[in-house]
Design a protein around this ligand. Sequence first.
Ligand SMILES: [Zn+2]
Length: 484
Amino acid sequence: MKASFCVALSLLAYSGLAVADEDVGRLVGAMLGDTPIISDLESLTDEVGGRVTGSAANGAAIEWALHTFEKAAVPASREPFEMPVQWQELSVSAKVSGDVEFVPGVVARPFSPAADNLTAPLVDAGMGTADDLARLGEAVKGAWLLVETALLDDTTGLNGLFGEYETAAATEELVRKSGAAGIVFMSSRPKNLLYRLVSSQNPQPRILMEREDAKRVQRLLRAGKLLSLTATIEVDAGYAYQSANVIGEIRGSTRPDEIVLIGAHLDSHDLGTGALDNGSNATMVIDIARQITRLGLKPARTIRFALWNGEEQGLIGSWRYTQQHNDELDKHVMASSFDIGTGRLLGFYTGGMDGLAGMTDVHLRPVAGLGPFEHLNVPVVGTDNFDFMMEGVPNLVGHQADANYASNYHAASDTFDKVDQQQLKLNSAIAAAVVWGFANSADRLPRQSRAQIEQLISTTDLETQMRNFGVWNDWSSGRRGRQR
Ligand SMILES: [Zn+2]
């Protein structure tokens, strides 16, 4: 591993700019050198484990983060906030009966209501489109609808994942008032893999069935067999509760009131241990703070290191931060988010904000040898940049190669062994250079007005993305985003 880092360092030297800014050169070198980032990640994933917000493990993760910042001599504090609604699966079971009987592997989809021995006929609802439901007619009423999904693997990657969110949201919207008893989504991942894909707050119970079992049910139904499904879902759900973000800070030396933020969510789902999503990037945020402190570097602006909570339940922690720090948002020069595992950092999503990509390019020059970098100047919904974007704060999301992210997303297989340790080190150097650049550059972009945010919505697919992630109503009702 060290040999490759030496190659990376010589590439840096070749870029020539490490010489122009000694501090960023030292920081990048430190990130590429021997740091505790990998042992931190191993500790967070193996010892703390899956840390769904509202669970005891999530509370342990908050303590772990505070302790890790403390050991790194980075001032950090817990910033409490209210989570609007608890949801955790306590247990789930299902049984197929009728002409053929077997016990399929299932999990509840997040926000599914409970079900107590809910028995109903199973019907083949195709891909869950309007045509599929129209074809079923009255058979929809009182039935469990089996909905097929497209196969998701490392070749379909993130596009497949976004497609799955979109089609599931469309199906749920169609089913909401259909009179169906519930929905059985086929797992999109082969080899019995189950995962948590957050769903709507529909009244119908919703489960995800192992792809192999769901295919078997589908074949049996298409062969004319009569089947029913009995499912029991026990959940701990429905009440508001307290959670907290953990925010580290290194004060700026000459512009301490101006803030550059780097964030990653600390929470995860509960089936795996949240290594790719998002322990890897959470430990990266801590390691950048640790190396800046260790080297005694003094940024001009204040840098905040945010470990968000409640991301997986609707991007809640970062939303609460933008509410709690609303008076400071004009002073937020840039807010960055990292949330796509350990695939190579290819550039950034620059959110459709004029000038941001060019500025980011300047800050990437010291790590040009780790590129090439290419930005996507489009808004992206689905991680903790969202509320900064809707508040008009210049925001970046690390655009990373899919690698093995989507195929392990929210699944039992998202564990430490899936992490590309070498790439995580390289990504940490890139992220550090960008944050350092924004914290020290003479110029900055202004915060966008409400009118500019509305224009972004009207000229991009932002509304569709917000609908798919269930956050459109928060914006359109004025609960979320810049009000004036
Ligand atoms: Zn994530």
